[in-house]
Design a protein around this ligand. Structure first.
Ligand SMILES: Nc1ncnc2c1ncn2[C@@H]1O[C@H](COP(=O)(O)OP(=O)(O)OP(=O)(O)O)[C@@H](O)[C@H]1O
Ligand SMILES: [Mg+2]
Length: 367
């Protein structure tokens, strides 16, 4: 267990800057998840913490000690890659024992460690096999096992579950959460999977183009995103956004005029806004309902998808070519081209300024 502290960590490849000065404090035993679009620097950040990339500028501390100049093996970290990176010519047992052998242990010493971890991961019956004779999920377990036996202070995971099928991902996700509870180790985890991020993280770090956009608990980020980028990034289908203008500012919220003169109200603190300001209204798909009147957006149905437990209706937003989506009850029937009114509670709305920053929501956890 160890804290990880990054101060103004920068990474340049030639004249391309990939990390623009990352400041982040990860507490001992914390589970932190990095998310962000492809190419935003998640793997680079993880690799700089691991020592697989050197740091161009700034400082990295693990367990209170500056490690910028330390090679990976001296940092007390273990990394699990998406590609597993197992040694193909070695048995599962030898793959798992490899790091301990390198550290100078003999067979009598390392065998009990390997056996104990193999038991935890339920791969005892696979120890004599080579990686080629394992399923993807079994290989992933071996890769995680190889990381665990070394008892690192910090675990680094780079999309460890992305090659697995849906059922196995769920199983491994639960296993990783359990391991975190049992080992109490600091874990830093990169994923593109919203559910993994929301369920595993104590805190999520949202990255964009080499910069941190926001850091917070999953609930904070979901309900109180700092800006349009974070709001649109977390949630699936993503938040609906409609351009509009401030029509009135009241104590209970802000009234917005949408294209087509429709007006809706959002329960946000409108301090600092002026009537006529350009704003973006945000509403999550799960908060839209078909209504006859009220606080609602008019739109035209484009397509309806039945997911079994729910239906997702795609609509053409008013006065723009943006597509909206609404998560509706299963078996909803709507014809393509039908005009719809999508109602929402003012407390469920989000509002963003022209620069993308969010207005403070008055009741972010409203049901
Ligand atoms: N060795 C390298 N040399 C030059 N540029 C690199 C190198 N490694 C990464 N980059 C660049 O740095 C940027 C960030 O890459 P990185 O792999 O960290 O992204 P990522 O967030 O992990 O993306 P993904 O979600 O696709 O895995 C990219 O633009 C990438 O092309
Ligand atoms: Mg990556």
């Amino acid at each position: 267990m160890a804290a990880v502290n990054l101060r103004n960590v920068q990474k340049r490849f030639g004249d391309v800057t990939t990390l623009h000065g990352i400041d982040l404090d990860i507490a001992e035993g914390e589970f932190v998840v990095f998310v962000g679009p492809s190419g935003c620097g998640k793997s680079t950040l993880l690799r700089t913490i691991a020592g697989l990339e050197d740091i161009t500028d700034g400082e990295l501390k693990i367990d209170g000690i500056r490690v910028n100049e330390l090679p990976p093996v001296k940092r007390g970290i273990s990394m699990v890659f998406q590609s597993y990176a197992l040694y193909p010519h070695m048995s599962v047992f030898d793959n798992m024992a490899f790091g301990l052998k390198l550290a100078g242990m003999n067979k009598v010493e390392y065998t009990p460690h390997v056996m104990r971890v193999a038991k935890v991961l339920q791969i005892e019956h696979l120890l004599e096999r080579k990686p080629a004779a394992l399923s993807g999920g079994q290989r992933q377990r071996v890769a995680i096992g190889r990381a665990i036996v070394q008892k690192p202070k910090v675990f680094l995971f780079d999309e460890p579950l992305s090659n697995l099928d849906a059922a196995l991902r769920v199983q491994m996700r639960i296993e990783i959460a359990r391991l975190h509870r049992e080992l109490g180790a600091t874990m830093i985890y990169v994923t593109h999977d919203q559910v993994e991020a929301m369920t595993l993280a104590d805190r999520i770090v949202v990255l964009r183009a080499g910069r941190i956009e926001q850091v917070g608990s999953p609930i904070e980020l979901y309900h109180e995103p700092a800006n349009l980028f974070v709001a649109g990034f977390l949630g699936s289908p993503s938040m609906n956004c409609v351009q509009g203008k401030v029509a009135a500012i009241e104590s209970i919220g802000v009234e917005i005029e949408l294209p087509g003169k429709q007006k809706v109200r959002v329960a946000v603190d409108g301090k600092g806004a002026k009537v006529g300001d350009q704003v973006t209204l945000g509403v999550r798909p799960e908060h839209l309902h078909l209504v006859q009147e009220g606080n609602a957006i008019a739109a035209t149905a484009l397509a309806l998808e039945h997911l079994g437990d729910a239906s997702v209706l795609y609509l053409q937003a008013p006065g723009s070519d943006e597509t909206l989506s609404a998560r509706l009850p299963a078996l909803t029937r709507i014809a393509d081209g039908q005009k719809c009114l999508l109602g929402f509670k003012p407390e469920h709305g989000y509002l963003f300024r022209a620069d993308g920053s969010a207005f403070r929501r008055l009741n972010p956890l409203a049901e």
